[in-house]
Design a protein around this ligand. Structure first.
Ligand code: SAM
Length: 281
């Protein structure tokens, strides 16, 4: 092992979701700095790893970082892990990393699980961009204000939420954002009761309350991006024209004429016309 701080991602549920390289590093380092020593022991024992641990959590991070720097100064190697997923992602770690870097020691990332990326990968959101929001404020007034600030962003919003607040947060999202936006509720990702449900935002509260189990566990909420008013206006007008022409003309011709009149792509209009025809059947 190098004389460095290794930042190691650990599983978000399924203990097998850890890389071979992460296991090698956890086995090889002199010390594992972790958020909670008992929690870390559960993972280390599962993989038969015996190594010294030291608690580094949000209440002692500055002080603990100094200890880690002293250990690195002895030429040793350290792995930094959090309770779940990637350190420094809605978890402690960033201040430790900043201090270690400032002290001149290398910091080496070992990528792996993160709830945000796991949820995004299985959500099927087609936007090119996403914004990692993490946890919204816990008080409703502050939470609504934060959602208002995010309302115009056209990227997918990635929100972490605790089970006791998920219903309130989903209700606030539905109240502040446009009703045509979609939400993916990713619950207990990689665990036994994993659920990944895609809904229109106004339907999300009813889905959560339909079965009390749906409010249990850990949640990532993904909200589709804002549709700009200009774009939605064009889309609505175009769709109206397409619907009118579809009632009078064959599908191909209706799409072609709408494309010529509006300047919008013929292929997309053809696909939309097919969907409209399907809906009408
Ligand atoms: N560092 C972690 C990561 O890389 O995703 C996040 C830690 S943060 C303290 C914990 C939050 O992450 C949970 O409240 C939940 O919102 C989300 N989370 C963690 N594990 C999850 C899982 N298995 N399924 C859904 N969400 C999860």
């Amino acid at each position: 092992m190098k004389n460095a701080l290794y930042v190691v991602a650990t599983p978000i549920g399924n203990l097998a979701d850890i890389s071979l390289r992460a296991l090698d590093v956890l086995r090889g380092v002199d010390l594992v700095a972790c958020e909670d020593t008992r929690h870390a022991r559960h993972l280390l024992d599962h993989h038969g790893i015996r190594v010294q641990t030291l608690a580094v959590h949000q209440h002692n991070e500055n002080e603990a970082a100094n200890k880690l720097i002293a250990i690195l100064a002895e030429g040793k190697s350290i792995a930094l892990i959090s309770d779940a997923g990637t350190p420094a992602i809605s978890d402690p770690g960033a201040r430790t990393v900043a201090a270690v870097r400032a002290a001149g020691f290398p910091v080496i990332p070992l990528p792996g699980a993160s709830a945000a990326i796991a949820a995004l990968s299985a959500a099927g959101m087609t936007e090119d961009r996403f914004l990692f929001v993490g946890f919204l404020p816990s008080k409703s007034s502050a939470r609504r204000a934060a959602i208002k600030e995010l309302a115009a962003i056209s990227a997918v919003l990635v929100i972490y939420e605790a089970p006791h607040r998920v219903l309130e947060t989903v209700a606030d999202l539905a109240e502040v954002l446009e009703p045509q936006r979609e939400i993916v509720i990713a619950r207990e990702v990689t665990k036994l009761f994993e659920q990944i449900e895609r809904l229109l935002l106004p339907d999300a509260s009813a889905w959560l309350t339909a079965d009390p189990n749906r409010q249990r566990g850990e949640f990532v909420l993904l909200v589709s991006g804002a549709v700009t008013s200009e774009k939605s206006e064009i889309d609505l007008q175009t769709e109206r024209m397409l619907t009118i022409l579809l009632a009078e003309l064959p599908l191909k011709q209706a799409a072609k004429l709408t494309a010529e009149i509006t300047g919008q792509p013929k292929n997309a209009l053809y696909q939309r016309a097919l969907a409209l025809k399907d809906q009408a059947l």
